[in-house]
Design a protein around this ligand. Sequence first.
Ligand code: SF4
Length: 495
Amino acid sequence: ADDVTLDPWGSSTVADYRKLFEEFGIEEFDELLEGVPNPHYLMRRGVIFGHRDYEPVAKAMREGEPFAALSGFMPTGDPHIGHKLVFDEIIWHQQQGGDAYGLIADLEAHAARGLTWDEIDEHSRDYLLSLIALGFDPEDGTLYRQSENRELQDLAFELGAEANFSEFQAIYGFDGETDVSHMQSVVTQMADILYPQLEEPKPTVIPVGPDQDPHVRLARDLATRMRFFKVSKAYASFECDDAERELVAAAYAALADDLDEDEMVRCEDAADWLREHAPEPTGARESVAAKLDEAGMEPVRPRTRFFDRQATDDAFEALIDAVDGEKRVYEGHVDAFDLDRGEAEELARQVELDHGGYGFVAPSSIYHRFMTGLTGGKMSSSVPASHISLLDDPEDGYDKVKSATTGGRQSAEEQREKGGKADECPVYELYAYLLANDDDDFATEVYEECVGGERLCGDCKEQAATLMREFLEDHQEKRAEAEALLDDLDIELES
Ligand code: SF4
């Protein structure tokens, strides 16, 4: 449990969710549950346990402002009940008034998992049918395939200009053997995440499992970098008048917390101008100069990187030491404008938009628990007995639940005495994540009867298995009805 790694293409098991809060800055969902209108049962039951910056989405929901939800599906096998969590999350956001997007990550499936296009076509159709059958409204929402979306490709290309190989290496462990298509599929995924904002920036939530967090973090970074690029161009351009420079300077201030080394250097020009206008100049530039002088270095610009790596690194280090001073200049400026960080950020977005940028709002995410496999351990697409496919014959679904591992005791007698271990029981999870649906009372009843020793595993599984059979029958009927709807959509699915 000590070793929490987040690997979007591996099979990491996140054993200790608390670590995620501490190490990766994922916040607890419970803390903002009250601010979410009509929270989904997965939120109420703690299945959705964490988030990154979800408040702007919740706020938009409360105030009837635009927001979006998007998730991608990699068509590598049949959709199963673990995927249903994500389907439900997208559908719920759509029902709350959000713009909903479901996309088929076919480029990723091909590049990162090596599936053939025929396999991808077949699975894609199955994912979309289940998404629609579960309640996604394709006329109100958007469904697309990565490979067919030209605007998406263009956005991916632009985002690629702000990302580089060393970063992919650090985030995803790419190495010299990693093929270029795989890297391309990463920028495509970044474009997916920002795609709902292409026409109009708005809070956007990406519901994912915690293993997908690296993608979310990178997309948030790129959104800021795109802004920084535009804001710094705006600042440097002669089209800026003084009034606008002031705004741009304040925009820099908003971004100051997110700057990397290159960007700090780009800030120097702004700092020059700011020095004259800031309420209390801090002499940041002098301190940078002094540090460079101490180190026996000339002032640097990013491109010196290409000439002398070591000198450049040293100079950057000196700059980082000095950046505290720089930040105070910026912050002083924001104070002078009497802006809080949110307002300053808004300003930065406005400057970006005025100068032809995207004005992306940093995307938010929510994280759900992984479902335990029916045989214990992780639910896995490649182990049929561990999961129930949404395409399983209802009788097979029934049988799989009947043979599932439980949190029951050795004997009925012991169970009556000590109660079952619902917290460790995959069958209880089925109730909480799926079978009890919106009915909290029913989920609570199963839990309490189990831990209180009134419920025995045989009957409990019989009830769950019957509900599962009913669910699959109903779902598959709805899938059949969804066929016609899907055919009306302009998505290329069969070869
Ligand atoms: Fe699991 Fe039901 Fe047995 Fe409790 S009674 S351990 S919930 S199967």
